[in-house]
Design a protein around this ligand. Structure first.
Ligand SMILES: [Zn+2]
Length: 174
């Protein structure tokens, strides 16, 4: 009888460790976001936005009253060749934001062909791309040849992913 209790004890300890691990993996990122918020570090993107575009989008963001906005981006590719091997460096400039409209929450699907990219806001300030965002971006690459997807999660805070690199990076403002 005593031996059986021992096994139960060990099992309970193992189960507890397992659940603590699961909870930790689920909530670690949320805790980091809670403590560090906007200060989460992002690498700088190869995509930049013209200052007038950033200012226009800031107005939409600041006046959104908690609603999500979404629309199209016109993106220009700038290819530079450097060194004797003619290595190629592509950068992208967001020249305009068009068709920006307010939607309810979690609206991240923009219909139709844009000028290379789409943008939507995360009015609560979360700077990460949701699973739905990624699915929607892949569909837009397939159906509309999109190059970038951008989210705005704060004033002058634009986070981008591009079709060659799904790592979220901070968009520069030119
Ligand atoms: Zn989103």
């Amino acid at each position: 009888m005593k031996k059986r209790t021992d096994y139960l004890g060990v099992l309970l300890i193992l189960l507890s460790i397992f659940f603590i691990f699961v909870l930790y993996s689920v909530y670690a990122k949320a805790i980091v976001l809670y403590w560090y918020g906007f200060n989460e570090e992002f690498k700088e993107s190869d995509i930049s936005a013209e200052k007038k575009v950033a200012e226009e989008l800031n107005q939409y963001f600041l006046n959104s009253e908690g609603k999500e906005y979404a629309g199209c981006l016109s993106v220009k590719r700038v290819t530079t060749f450097y060194n004797r091997e003619n290595n190629i460096n592509d950068t992208f400039i967001v020249e305009a934001a068009t068709g920006i409209e307010y939607y309810g929450y979690d609206y991240s699907k923009i219909g139709g062909t844009c000028g290379g990219g789409s943008i939507h806001s995360h009015p609560k300030g979360t700077c990460g791309f949701s699973r739905g965002d990624i699915v929607s971006f892949k569909e837009r690459i397939r159906d509309h040849g999109d190059i970038v997807m951008v989210i705005q999660c704060g004033e002058d805070k634009f986070i981008s992913i591009d079709r060659n690199d799904f790592e979220a990076k901070l968009m520069r403002i030119a």
